[in-house]
Design a binder for this molecule. Structure first.
Ligand SMILES: C[S@@+](CC[C@H](N)C(=O)[O-])C[C@H]1O[C@@H](n2cnc3c(N)ncnc32)[C@H](O)[C@@H]1O
Length: 314
């Protein structure tokens, strides 16, 4: 009873109370209110409120993970929207999988920071075996869990300001019976060592308090010859990661001139830096993966992410 399962999502967090407290609004959010009442709540909470941030994240990730071709651009979505296609995460993951080669047999895959779960289903489509998507943001996990159990994507798509339209459509995912979503901290995984054959960590390194600790946790969780696909735009923020823990983005007088991409590659080259991982070695990389984030119908952000694929050696 201390690790509850809510809406089909087990909360397997070392600090359950802290996790529940941090995502309280998400956990008790209602879905039964008429749309007009929801719009009134949106106005009352206002821009930048916790309610608005929760819906903004749902809007951006569900759009990218599931609106492939399903999206009917609304009247206001014109030339700018046409330049920014959904599916950035999926395209990056497919490239990473192609670079990963064969996996050790009979292993479980893990999608770290899975958000609304689109890439978790992509992993299941490419590799055999069970696939687990883990994240902390409960309302994003709830979207993923609904896709898993009902085959329906339901989310608020931001049009602008605090105006959101309710999106609802079906998706068919042949591999869903091998997928599950858990709410847990990737830096303290509830899994034994040497248990995973593949780990994807897309845009998560710059979201955790210690990126190096996350890499070490993944290194310990992989089996020998297991693969890690890590991708990051290095959009560092002290709200998520204290500056001292950033991989680059500071100390430009140092050996790597503060360049995050070369520091990550050096960390995944045993012996290259004092903190380099002992068993994870980079096997391929891609410097500039284009990545679109939909903010609202008339606003998109464009990133260039760095992709690295590494293998664990015994
Ligand atoms: C920037 S989003 C990336 C989402 C997705 N991978 C993508 O690229 O579309 C970061 C995700 O990582 C999750 N996250 C952040 N810190 C985490 C942690 N310590 N353990 C597990 N998930 C975490 C957040 O909940 C969020 O869903």
């Amino acid at each position: 009873m201390e690790f509850p399962i809510i809406d089909g999502i087990p909360i397997l967090h070392a600090n359950v109370r802290g996790q529940v407290d941090a995502y309280l609004l998400h956990l008790i959010a209602r879905e039964d209110l008429p749309h007009e009442i929801e719009t009134l709540i949106s106005d009352a909470a206002g821009p930048g409120s916790a309610y608005d941030s929760m819906k903004q994240a749902m809007s951006s990730y569900a759009w990218d993970h599931y609106e492939f071709g399903a999206s009917e651009p609304s009247l206001s979505e014109g030339a700018v929207a046409a330049k920014h296609r959904p599916g950035s995460a999926s395209r990056c993951l497919i490239q990473a999988i192609e670079k990963s080669g064969k996996l050790p047999s009979n292993t479980v895959s893990l999608d770290v920071g899975c958000a609304t779960g689109g890439t978790t289903f992509d992993v299941a489509g490419k590799f055999r075996g069970l696939v687990l998507g883990v994240g902390l943001n409960f309302s994003l996990l709830r979207i993923a869990a609904r896709v898993l159990r009902e085959g329906r994507v339901v989310y608020p798509r931001r049009q602008g300001g605090v105006v959101y339209e309710r999106r609802e459509f079906s998706v068919s995912l042949a591999e869903a019976d091998r997928v599950d979503f858990w709410c847990c901290d990737a830096c303290c995984l509830p899994l034994g060592p040497d248990s995973l054959g593949f780990v994807s960590a897309l845009n998560v390194l710059d979201c955790v308090p210690s990126p190096l600790s996350l890499l070490k946790e993944i290194e310990a969780s992989l089996v020998s010859e297991g693969k890690l696909a890590v991708c990051c735009p290095y959009d560092w923020s002290p709200a998520a990661t204290p500056l001292e823990e950033w991989l680059g983005g500071h100390s430009q007088r140092g050996q790597n001139q503060g360049d995050s991409a070369s520091i990550l590659e050096a960390l995944l080259t045993p012996g290259a830096l004092p903190g380099s991982l002992e068993k994870l070695r980079m096997i391929d990389s891609e410097p500039d993966i284009p990545w679109s984030v939909r903010v609202h119908a008339r606003s998109f952000a464009e990133y260039q992410a760095h992709l690295v694929v590494a293998q664990k050696y015994a």
